[in-house]
Design a protein around this ligand. Structure first.
Ligand code: SF4
Ligand code: SF4
Length: 496
Protein backbone atom coordinates (compact mmCIF):
# COMPACT_ATOMS: atom_id res chain seq x y z
CA UNK A 1 0.00 0.00 0.00
CA UNK A 2 1.36 3.44 -0.93
CA UNK A 3 1.98 6.22 1.54
CA UNK A 4 -1.40 7.58 2.64
CA UNK A 5 -2.46 10.08 5.26
CA UNK A 6 -5.14 9.40 7.84
CA UNK A 7 -7.39 11.88 6.05
CA UNK A 8 -6.90 10.06 2.69
CA UNK A 9 -7.82 6.78 4.31
CA UNK A 10 -10.90 8.19 6.04
CA UNK A 11 -12.07 9.82 2.79
CA UNK A 12 -11.64 6.49 1.03
CA UNK A 13 -13.55 4.78 3.82
CA UNK A 14 -16.43 7.25 3.45
CA UNK A 15 -16.54 6.64 -0.30
CA UNK A 16 -16.99 2.94 0.42
CA UNK A 17 -20.10 3.42 2.49
CA UNK A 18 -19.24 4.71 5.96
CA UNK A 19 -21.92 6.07 8.22
CA UNK A 20 -22.13 9.27 6.13
CA UNK A 21 -21.58 8.18 2.49
CA UNK A 22 -20.97 11.00 -0.01
CA UNK A 23 -24.04 12.13 -1.92
CA UNK A 24 -24.07 11.55 -5.69
CA UNK A 25 -23.42 14.62 -7.89
CA UNK A 26 -26.59 16.54 -8.66
CA UNK A 27 -28.41 15.25 -5.62
CA UNK A 28 -29.91 18.46 -4.22
CA UNK A 29 -32.61 16.82 -2.10
CA UNK A 30 -32.50 17.97 1.55
CA UNK A 31 -30.98 15.28 3.79
CA UNK A 32 -33.40 12.95 5.56
CA UNK A 33 -33.26 13.73 9.25
CA UNK A 34 -35.16 10.69 10.50
CA UNK A 35 -33.76 7.21 10.06
CA UNK A 36 -35.92 4.23 10.92
CA UNK A 37 -34.41 2.06 13.62
CA UNK A 38 -32.50 -0.92 12.31
CA UNK A 39 -32.89 -3.97 14.56
CA UNK A 40 -29.50 -5.07 15.90
CA UNK A 41 -28.75 -8.73 16.59
CA UNK A 42 -25.34 -8.74 18.31
CA UNK A 43 -23.49 -12.03 17.93
CA UNK A 44 -21.82 -13.52 21.01
CA UNK A 45 -18.11 -12.70 21.01
CA UNK A 46 -15.36 -14.83 22.55
CA UNK A 47 -12.00 -13.59 23.74
CA UNK A 48 -10.13 -11.69 26.41
CA UNK A 49 -12.32 -8.58 26.36
CA UNK A 50 -15.52 -10.62 26.55
CA UNK A 51 -14.09 -12.55 29.55
CA UNK A 52 -13.25 -9.31 31.33
CA UNK A 53 -16.75 -8.03 30.60
CA UNK A 54 -18.31 -11.23 32.02
CA UNK A 55 -16.25 -10.81 35.19
CA UNK A 56 -17.27 -7.17 35.55
CA UNK A 57 -20.91 -8.04 34.87
CA UNK A 58 -20.92 -10.58 37.72
CA UNK A 59 -18.99 -8.25 40.03
CA UNK A 60 -21.15 -5.15 39.47
CA UNK A 61 -24.50 -6.96 39.47
CA UNK A 62 -23.41 -9.08 42.45
CA UNK A 63 -22.49 -5.95 44.38
CA UNK A 64 -25.76 -4.25 43.51
CA UNK A 65 -27.94 -7.22 44.45
CA UNK A 66 -26.05 -8.24 47.61
CA UNK A 67 -25.10 -4.92 49.22
CA UNK A 68 -28.44 -4.22 50.96
CA UNK A 69 -28.27 -7.63 52.68
CA UNK A 70 -24.93 -7.00 54.38
CA UNK A 71 -25.33 -6.27 58.11
CA UNK A 72 -23.26 -3.86 60.21
CA UNK A 73 -23.58 -3.69 63.99
CA UNK A 74 -24.06 -0.08 65.14
CA UNK A 75 -25.32 -0.85 68.62
CA UNK A 76 -28.75 -0.99 70.22
CA UNK A 77 -31.52 0.96 68.50
CA UNK A 78 -29.51 1.71 65.36
CA UNK A 79 -30.16 0.11 61.96
CA UNK A 80 -27.82 -2.78 61.25
CA UNK A 81 -27.84 -2.44 57.45
CA UNK A 82 -24.35 -1.67 56.12
CA UNK A 83 -25.56 0.62 53.31
CA UNK A 84 -28.80 2.44 53.97
CA UNK A 85 -30.29 5.80 53.03
CA UNK A 86 -32.81 6.21 55.85
CA UNK A 87 -34.97 9.15 54.76
CA UNK A 88 -37.40 8.82 57.66
CA UNK A 89 -34.60 9.25 60.23
CA UNK A 90 -32.60 11.63 58.03
CA UNK A 91 -29.45 9.48 57.97
CA UNK A 92 -27.21 7.92 55.36
CA UNK A 93 -25.27 4.89 56.57
CA UNK A 94 -22.26 3.45 54.79
CA UNK A 95 -20.65 0.76 56.95
CA UNK A 96 -18.95 2.67 59.83
CA UNK A 97 -19.87 6.08 58.44
CA UNK A 98 -23.08 7.88 59.41
CA UNK A 99 -23.98 11.07 57.56
CA UNK A 100 -26.47 13.50 59.08
CA UNK A 101 -28.58 15.92 56.99
CA UNK A 102 -26.37 18.90 57.93
CA UNK A 103 -23.36 16.95 56.61
CA UNK A 104 -24.72 16.65 53.10
CA UNK A 105 -21.46 18.21 51.88
CA UNK A 106 -19.89 14.74 52.22
CA UNK A 107 -22.37 13.49 49.60
CA UNK A 108 -21.47 16.52 47.46
CA UNK A 109 -17.78 15.62 47.94
CA UNK A 110 -18.46 12.02 46.89
CA UNK A 111 -20.26 13.22 43.76
CA UNK A 112 -17.33 15.52 42.92
CA UNK A 113 -14.91 12.59 43.41
CA UNK A 114 -17.06 10.38 41.17
CA UNK A 115 -17.27 13.06 38.45
CA UNK A 116 -13.55 13.91 38.50
CA UNK A 117 -12.67 10.19 38.65
CA UNK A 118 -14.81 9.65 35.56
CA UNK A 119 -13.15 12.60 33.79
CA UNK A 120 -9.73 11.11 34.59
CA UNK A 121 -10.60 7.60 33.40
CA UNK A 122 -12.12 9.05 30.21
CA UNK A 123 -9.05 11.20 29.51
CA UNK A 124 -6.87 8.08 29.89
CA UNK A 125 -8.95 5.28 28.38
CA UNK A 126 -11.86 6.89 26.54
CA UNK A 127 -15.38 5.57 27.14
CA UNK A 128 -14.33 2.74 29.43
CA UNK A 129 -17.25 3.62 31.73
CA UNK A 130 -19.76 3.20 28.87
CA UNK A 131 -18.25 -0.04 27.60
CA UNK A 132 -17.70 -1.86 30.88
CA UNK A 133 -19.48 -0.32 33.88
CA UNK A 134 -22.51 1.73 32.81
CA UNK A 135 -25.75 0.12 34.13
CA UNK A 136 -27.26 0.41 30.64
CA UNK A 137 -24.39 -1.68 29.21
CA UNK A 138 -24.38 -4.18 32.07
CA UNK A 139 -28.15 -4.77 32.07
CA UNK A 140 -28.28 -4.93 28.28
CA UNK A 141 -25.60 -7.64 28.41
CA UNK A 142 -27.68 -9.52 30.98
CA UNK A 143 -30.82 -9.18 28.85
CA UNK A 144 -28.88 -10.47 25.84
CA UNK A 145 -27.89 -13.55 27.85
CA UNK A 146 -31.59 -14.23 28.43
CA UNK A 147 -32.41 -13.50 24.78
CA UNK A 148 -29.73 -15.91 23.52
CA UNK A 149 -30.92 -18.58 25.95
CA UNK A 150 -34.44 -18.57 24.54
CA UNK A 151 -33.89 -17.52 20.93
CA UNK A 152 -30.31 -18.52 20.12
CA UNK A 153 -27.44 -16.43 18.80
CA UNK A 154 -27.59 -13.81 16.04
CA UNK A 155 -28.52 -15.97 13.04
CA UNK A 156 -31.11 -18.00 14.95
CA UNK A 157 -32.69 -14.80 16.31
CA UNK A 158 -32.83 -13.21 12.88
CA UNK A 159 -34.41 -16.36 11.47
CA UNK A 160 -36.93 -16.53 14.31
CA UNK A 161 -37.94 -12.88 13.83
CA UNK A 162 -38.50 -13.43 10.10
CA UNK A 163 -40.46 -16.65 10.64
CA UNK A 164 -44.29 -16.53 10.75
CA UNK A 165 -45.93 -16.74 14.15
CA UNK A 166 -45.96 -20.29 15.47
CA UNK A 167 -46.34 -21.99 18.83
CA UNK A 168 -42.56 -22.36 19.06
CA UNK A 169 -41.95 -18.67 18.28
CA UNK A 170 -44.68 -17.46 20.65
CA UNK A 171 -43.40 -19.70 23.46
CA UNK A 172 -39.79 -18.52 23.05
CA UNK A 173 -40.75 -14.84 22.89
CA UNK A 174 -43.13 -15.11 25.85
CA UNK A 175 -40.57 -16.91 27.99
CA UNK A 176 -37.93 -14.29 27.14
CA UNK A 177 -40.19 -11.40 28.08
CA UNK A 178 -41.26 -13.09 31.33
CA UNK A 179 -37.63 -13.58 32.39
CA UNK A 180 -36.81 -10.00 31.33
CA UNK A 181 -39.66 -8.78 33.54
CA UNK A 182 -38.42 -10.90 36.44
CA UNK A 183 -34.88 -9.50 36.06
CA UNK A 184 -36.36 -5.99 35.85
CA UNK A 185 -38.46 -6.57 38.95
CA UNK A 186 -35.41 -7.89 40.83
CA UNK A 187 -33.57 -4.71 39.79
CA UNK A 188 -36.32 -2.35 40.93
CA UNK A 189 -37.03 -4.47 44.00
CA UNK A 190 -33.42 -4.40 45.12
CA UNK A 191 -33.17 -0.64 44.57
CA UNK A 192 -35.85 0.02 47.20
CA UNK A 193 -33.96 -2.15 49.70
CA UNK A 194 -31.30 0.56 49.87
CA UNK A 195 -33.90 2.91 51.43
CA UNK A 196 -35.41 0.62 54.09
CA UNK A 197 -34.33 -2.25 56.27
CA UNK A 198 -33.93 -4.95 53.60
CA UNK A 199 -35.18 -8.10 55.42
CA UNK A 200 -38.28 -6.44 56.89
CA UNK A 201 -39.14 -4.62 53.66
CA UNK A 202 -38.75 -7.81 51.63
CA UNK A 203 -41.17 -9.49 54.02
CA UNK A 204 -43.79 -6.74 54.09
CA UNK A 205 -43.52 -6.10 50.33
CA UNK A 206 -45.05 -9.46 49.46
CA UNK A 207 -47.77 -9.27 52.11
CA UNK A 208 -48.97 -5.89 50.85
CA UNK A 209 -47.88 -4.04 54.02
CA UNK A 210 -44.90 -2.10 52.65
CA UNK A 211 -45.15 1.68 52.19
CA UNK A 212 -46.81 2.82 48.95
CA UNK A 213 -43.55 4.50 47.83
CA UNK A 214 -41.87 1.07 47.85
CA UNK A 215 -44.41 -0.28 45.33
CA UNK A 216 -44.28 2.87 43.20
CA UNK A 217 -40.47 2.89 42.94
CA UNK A 218 -40.21 -0.88 42.45
CA UNK A 219 -42.76 -0.54 39.63
CA UNK A 220 -40.97 2.43 38.04
CA UNK A 221 -37.59 0.71 38.14
CA UNK A 222 -39.06 -2.51 36.76
CA UNK A 223 -40.59 -0.60 33.86
CA UNK A 224 -37.49 1.48 33.08
CA UNK A 225 -35.11 -1.51 33.26
CA UNK A 226 -37.35 -3.55 30.98
CA UNK A 227 -37.74 -0.70 28.50
CA UNK A 228 -34.16 0.57 28.45
CA UNK A 229 -32.30 -2.75 28.50
CA UNK A 230 -34.90 -4.89 26.75
CA UNK A 231 -36.29 -2.76 23.96
CA UNK A 232 -34.46 0.56 23.58
CA UNK A 233 -30.88 -0.66 24.09
CA UNK A 234 -28.42 1.17 21.78
CA UNK A 235 -30.89 4.05 21.32
CA UNK A 236 -30.38 5.04 24.97
CA UNK A 237 -26.64 5.50 24.38
CA UNK A 238 -27.05 7.22 21.01
CA UNK A 239 -29.98 9.55 21.65
CA UNK A 240 -30.74 9.83 25.37
CA UNK A 241 -27.41 9.84 27.18
CA UNK A 242 -25.52 13.16 27.32
CA UNK A 243 -22.21 11.48 28.13
CA UNK A 244 -21.10 10.75 24.51
CA UNK A 245 -21.40 14.49 23.82
CA UNK A 246 -19.58 15.54 27.00
CA UNK A 247 -16.74 13.06 26.67
CA UNK A 248 -15.66 14.71 23.41
CA UNK A 249 -14.34 17.56 25.55
CA UNK A 250 -12.46 15.20 27.88
CA UNK A 251 -10.39 13.21 25.41
CA UNK A 252 -7.41 14.28 23.33
CA UNK A 253 -5.05 12.78 20.78
CA UNK A 254 -3.27 10.81 23.54
CA UNK A 255 -6.39 9.11 24.90
CA UNK A 256 -6.55 5.37 24.39
CA UNK A 257 -9.53 4.34 22.30
CA UNK A 258 -10.58 1.33 20.27
CA UNK A 259 -9.34 1.91 16.73
CA UNK A 260 -9.05 0.07 13.46
CA UNK A 261 -5.51 0.15 12.05
CA UNK A 262 -6.17 1.47 8.57
CA UNK A 263 -2.59 1.28 7.41
CA UNK A 264 -2.55 -2.43 8.19
CA UNK A 265 -6.09 -3.38 7.22
CA UNK A 266 -6.45 -1.54 3.90
CA UNK A 267 -7.06 -2.24 1.12
CA UNK A 268 -9.49 -4.74 2.52
CA UNK A 269 -10.73 -7.66 0.44
CA UNK A 270 -12.03 -11.19 0.95
CA UNK A 271 -9.29 -13.75 1.32
CA UNK A 272 -9.26 -17.45 0.46
CA UNK A 273 -6.94 -19.97 2.06
CA UNK A 274 -3.67 -20.04 0.13
CA UNK A 275 -4.15 -16.56 -1.41
CA UNK A 276 -1.13 -14.24 -1.17
CA UNK A 277 -1.14 -11.33 1.26
CA UNK A 278 1.11 -9.07 -0.78
CA UNK A 279 -0.44 -5.87 -2.13
CA UNK A 280 -3.48 -5.98 0.14
CA UNK A 281 -4.44 -5.28 3.75
CA UNK A 282 -5.08 -7.71 6.57
CA UNK A 283 -8.83 -6.99 6.72
CA UNK A 284 -10.66 -9.78 4.96
CA UNK A 285 -13.96 -7.86 5.09
CA UNK A 286 -15.64 -10.70 6.99
CA UNK A 287 -17.89 -8.28 8.95
CA UNK A 288 -17.31 -10.19 12.20
CA UNK A 289 -16.40 -6.93 13.99
CA UNK A 290 -19.75 -5.50 12.83
CA UNK A 291 -21.98 -8.42 13.77
CA UNK A 292 -20.72 -8.59 17.37
CA UNK A 293 -21.16 -4.84 17.86
CA UNK A 294 -24.04 -4.06 20.26
CA UNK A 295 -24.35 -0.64 18.60
CA UNK A 296 -24.50 -2.08 15.08
CA UNK A 297 -21.66 0.07 13.77
CA UNK A 298 -18.49 -0.60 11.81
CA UNK A 299 -15.35 0.39 13.71
CA UNK A 300 -13.54 0.60 10.36
CA UNK A 301 -15.51 3.79 9.70
CA UNK A 302 -13.40 5.53 12.36
CA UNK A 303 -14.38 7.24 15.61
CA UNK A 304 -18.16 7.39 15.94
CA UNK A 305 -20.46 8.87 18.54
CA UNK A 306 -22.32 5.56 18.78
CA UNK A 307 -19.23 3.54 19.75
CA UNK A 308 -19.38 2.72 23.46
CA UNK A 309 -15.84 1.29 23.35
CA UNK A 310 -16.95 -2.10 24.59
CA UNK A 311 -14.03 -3.81 22.83
CA UNK A 312 -16.04 -6.76 21.49
CA UNK A 313 -14.87 -5.99 17.95
CA UNK A 314 -11.29 -6.56 19.20
CA UNK A 315 -12.21 -10.10 20.25
CA UNK A 316 -14.07 -10.78 17.00
CA UNK A 317 -11.23 -9.55 14.79
CA UNK A 318 -8.52 -11.29 16.83
CA UNK A 319 -10.33 -14.61 16.34
CA UNK A 320 -10.43 -13.95 12.57
CA UNK A 321 -6.75 -12.92 12.48
CA UNK A 322 -5.85 -16.13 14.29
CA UNK A 323 -7.80 -18.21 11.78
CA UNK A 324 -6.16 -16.58 8.75
CA UNK A 325 -2.70 -16.58 10.34
CA UNK A 326 -2.20 -12.81 10.55
CA UNK A 327 -0.97 -10.91 13.64
CA UNK A 328 -3.58 -10.00 16.26
CA UNK A 329 -4.79 -6.48 17.07
CA UNK A 330 -5.90 -5.18 13.70
CA UNK A 331 -8.53 -3.58 15.94
CA UNK A 332 -6.96 -2.51 19.22
CA UNK A 333 -6.67 0.16 21.88
CA UNK A 334 -4.55 2.95 20.47
CA UNK A 335 -4.27 6.74 20.54
CA UNK A 336 -5.29 9.08 17.71
CA UNK A 337 -1.71 10.29 17.67
CA UNK A 338 -0.41 6.80 16.94
CA UNK A 339 -3.14 6.03 14.41
CA UNK A 340 -2.00 9.12 12.45
CA UNK A 341 1.66 8.18 12.90
CA UNK A 342 1.09 4.66 11.65
CA UNK A 343 -0.80 5.95 8.63
CA UNK A 344 2.06 8.31 7.84
CA UNK A 345 4.66 5.59 8.40
CA UNK A 346 6.15 7.32 11.42
CA UNK A 347 7.31 5.51 14.58
CA UNK A 348 4.61 5.21 17.23
CA UNK A 349 5.00 6.87 20.64
CA UNK A 350 4.45 5.21 24.02
CA UNK A 351 1.17 5.90 25.81
CA UNK A 352 1.43 9.13 27.84
CA UNK A 353 -0.75 8.89 30.96
CA UNK A 354 0.81 12.05 32.44
CA UNK A 355 -0.57 15.01 30.55
CA UNK A 356 -1.71 18.46 31.73
CA UNK A 357 -5.38 17.47 31.84
CA UNK A 358 -4.81 14.15 33.64
CA UNK A 359 -2.51 15.87 36.15
CA UNK A 360 -5.22 18.48 36.72
CA UNK A 361 -7.87 15.78 37.29
CA UNK A 362 -5.58 13.88 39.67
CA UNK A 363 -4.90 17.15 41.54
CA UNK A 364 -8.60 17.99 41.91
CA UNK A 365 -9.35 14.38 42.92
CA UNK A 366 -6.56 14.34 45.52
CA UNK A 367 -7.53 17.74 46.91
CA UNK A 368 -11.23 16.86 47.23
CA UNK A 369 -10.37 13.46 48.72
CA UNK A 370 -7.95 15.02 51.23
CA UNK A 371 -10.49 17.63 52.32
CA UNK A 372 -13.08 14.90 52.84
CA UNK A 373 -10.67 12.66 54.73
CA UNK A 374 -9.59 15.56 56.94
CA UNK A 375 -13.25 16.42 57.57
CA UNK A 376 -14.03 12.81 58.49
CA UNK A 377 -10.97 12.45 60.72
CA UNK A 378 -11.73 15.63 62.67
CA UNK A 379 -15.50 15.16 62.63
CA UNK A 380 -17.20 15.94 65.93
CA UNK A 381 -19.97 13.73 67.26
CA UNK A 382 -21.73 16.78 68.60
CA UNK A 383 -23.04 19.64 66.50
CA UNK A 384 -24.35 23.00 67.57
CA UNK A 385 -26.16 25.60 65.52
CA UNK A 386 -27.74 28.82 66.68
CA UNK A 387 -30.36 31.19 65.30
CA UNK A 388 -30.72 34.68 66.75
CA UNK A 389 -34.20 36.14 67.23
CA UNK A 390 -34.56 38.97 64.73
CA UNK A 391 -38.01 40.25 65.64
CA UNK A 392 -36.65 41.97 68.78
CA UNK A 393 -32.89 42.51 68.22
CA UNK A 394 -32.15 43.19 71.91
CA UNK A 395 -33.80 44.18 75.16
CA UNK A 396 -32.36 46.73 77.58
CA UNK A 397 -33.10 45.62 81.14
CA UNK A 398 -33.89 47.95 84.07
CA UNK A 399 -30.38 47.20 85.36
CA UNK A 400 -28.93 48.56 82.10
CA UNK A 401 -27.78 45.08 80.94
CA UNK A 402 -28.41 44.02 77.34
CA UNK A 403 -30.22 40.79 76.52
CA UNK A 404 -30.42 38.84 73.22
CA UNK A 405 -32.52 35.73 72.59
CA UNK A 406 -31.43 32.67 70.57
CA UNK A 407 -32.68 29.25 69.51
CA UNK A 408 -29.96 26.65 69.99
CA UNK A 409 -29.99 23.29 68.19
CA UNK A 410 -27.83 20.51 69.63
CA UNK A 411 -27.23 17.34 67.59
CA UNK A 412 -25.96 14.41 69.62
CA UNK A 413 -24.47 11.81 67.26
CA UNK A 414 -23.77 9.32 70.03
CA UNK A 415 -26.25 6.66 71.02
CA UNK A 416 -26.31 7.60 74.71
CA UNK A 417 -27.75 10.52 76.68
CA UNK A 418 -25.15 13.25 77.18
CA UNK A 419 -25.00 16.08 79.66
CA UNK A 420 -23.13 18.90 78.01
CA UNK A 421 -21.91 22.14 79.48
CA UNK A 422 -22.87 25.25 77.54
CA UNK A 423 -20.85 28.44 77.94
CA UNK A 424 -20.65 31.79 76.17
CA UNK A 425 -17.40 33.49 75.30
CA UNK A 426 -16.56 36.87 73.84
CA UNK A 427 -18.57 39.11 76.16
CA UNK A 428 -17.14 39.74 79.64
CA UNK A 429 -19.63 38.96 82.38
CA UNK A 430 -22.25 37.48 80.03
CA UNK A 431 -24.80 35.13 81.61
CA UNK A 432 -26.85 32.36 79.98
CA UNK A 433 -30.36 31.45 80.85
CA UNK A 434 -31.94 28.37 79.30
CA UNK A 435 -35.61 29.29 79.24
CA UNK A 436 -37.34 27.08 81.74
CA UNK A 437 -34.11 26.10 83.52
CA UNK A 438 -32.86 29.27 85.27
CA UNK A 439 -30.07 31.83 85.10
CA UNK A 440 -26.34 31.07 85.39
CA UNK A 441 -23.29 33.29 85.50
CA UNK A 442 -20.91 30.70 84.04
CA UNK A 443 -21.73 27.46 82.24
CA UNK A 444 -25.18 26.01 81.84
CA UNK A 445 -25.95 22.36 81.19
CA UNK A 446 -28.07 20.83 78.50
CA UNK A 447 -29.18 17.25 78.22
CA UNK A 448 -28.89 15.84 74.71
CA UNK A 449 -31.01 12.84 73.81
CA UNK A 450 -29.21 9.95 72.06
CA UNK A 451 -28.93 10.11 68.27
CA UNK A 452 -31.18 13.12 68.05
CA UNK A 453 -31.56 16.86 67.84
CA UNK A 454 -32.70 18.99 70.80
CA UNK A 455 -33.80 22.63 70.70
CA UNK A 456 -33.34 25.14 73.49
CA UNK A 457 -34.40 28.77 73.86
CA UNK A 458 -31.47 30.73 75.28
CA UNK A 459 -31.24 34.21 76.80
CA UNK A 460 -27.78 35.80 76.88
CA UNK A 461 -27.45 38.84 79.12
CA UNK A 462 -24.34 41.00 79.14
CA UNK A 463 -23.41 44.16 81.06
CA UNK A 464 -23.81 47.27 78.87
CA UNK A 465 -20.10 48.04 79.36
CA UNK A 466 -19.16 44.69 77.72
CA UNK A 467 -21.19 45.45 74.60
CA UNK A 468 -18.67 47.57 72.72
CA UNK A 469 -20.80 48.23 69.61
CA UNK A 470 -24.26 47.71 68.16
CA UNK A 471 -22.93 44.55 66.48
CA UNK A 472 -20.86 42.40 68.83
CA UNK A 473 -20.23 38.69 68.57
CA UNK A 474 -20.80 35.97 71.12
CA UNK A 475 -19.55 32.38 70.87
CA UNK A 476 -21.51 29.41 72.24
CA UNK A 477 -19.30 26.53 73.39
CA UNK A 478 -20.75 23.10 74.04
CA UNK A 479 -18.55 20.39 75.55
CA UNK A 480 -18.28 17.17 77.50
CA UNK A 481 -15.52 14.62 78.00
CA UNK A 482 -15.79 13.31 74.44
CA UNK A 483 -15.75 16.54 72.48
CA UNK A 484 -16.30 20.24 72.04
CA UNK A 485 -18.25 22.20 69.46
CA UNK A 486 -18.73 25.93 69.17
CA UNK A 487 -20.51 28.44 67.02
CA UNK A 488 -20.46 32.24 66.82
CA UNK A 489 -23.56 34.42 66.64
CA UNK A 490 -24.21 38.17 66.54
CA UNK A 491 -25.07 39.99 69.75
CA UNK A 492 -26.99 43.22 69.17
CA UNK A 493 -26.89 46.26 71.42
CA UNK A 494 -27.75 49.96 71.28
CA UNK A 495 -25.77 52.37 69.07
CA UNK A 496 -22.95 53.88 71.17
S1 SF4 B 1 -17.39 -0.53 17.40
FE1 SF4 B 1 -16.39 -2.07 18.69
S2 SF4 B 1 -15.96 -1.00 20.60
FE2 SF4 B 1 -17.42 0.27 19.46
S3 SF4 B 1 -19.42 -0.34 20.27
FE3 SF4 B 1 -19.02 -1.60 18.45
S4 SF4 B 1 -18.06 -3.47 19.23
FE4 SF4 B 1 -17.97 -1.96 20.85
S1 SF4 C 1 -13.31 -8.60 11.89
FE1 SF4 C 1 -11.29 -7.84 11.30
S2 SF4 C 1 -10.97 -8.80 9.33
FE2 SF4 C 1 -13.15 -8.99 9.71
S3 SF4 C 1 -14.05 -7.18 8.76
FE3 SF4 C 1 -13.61 -6.64 10.88
S4 SF4 C 1 -11.60 -5.69 10.80
FE4 SF4 C 1 -11.85 -6.82 8.88
Amino acid sequence: MGKATLIDLRAERGARGGSQPPRPPGDDEPPVLYAKRRQIYPKLAFGRVRSIKWLLLFATLGLYYLLPWIRWDRGLGAPDQAVLADFAAGRFYFFGLEIWPQEVYYITGLLILAAVGLFLVTALFGRVWCGYFCPQTVWTDLFLVVERFFEGDRNARMKLDKAPLSVNKAARKTAKHIVWLLVSFATGGVFILYWHDAPSLAQTFFTGQAPMTAYVFAGLLTLTTYTLAGTMREQVCTYMCPWPRIQGALVDKDTLAITYRYERGEPRAPHKKGDAWEGRGDCIDCQQCVVVCPMGIDIRDGAQLECIQCGLCIDACNSVMKKVGRPANLIAYDTDENVARRCNRKPVTPFRPLRPRTILYVGVFALTGSIMLFGLATRSDIDISVLKDRSVPFVKLVSGDIRNTYTLKVSNKQRNVRTLSLAVEGLTGARIEIIGEGDTSGAAHVTAEPDGVDRYRILVTAPAAAVASAKSTVRFVLSDTSGTSSVAAPFDGPET
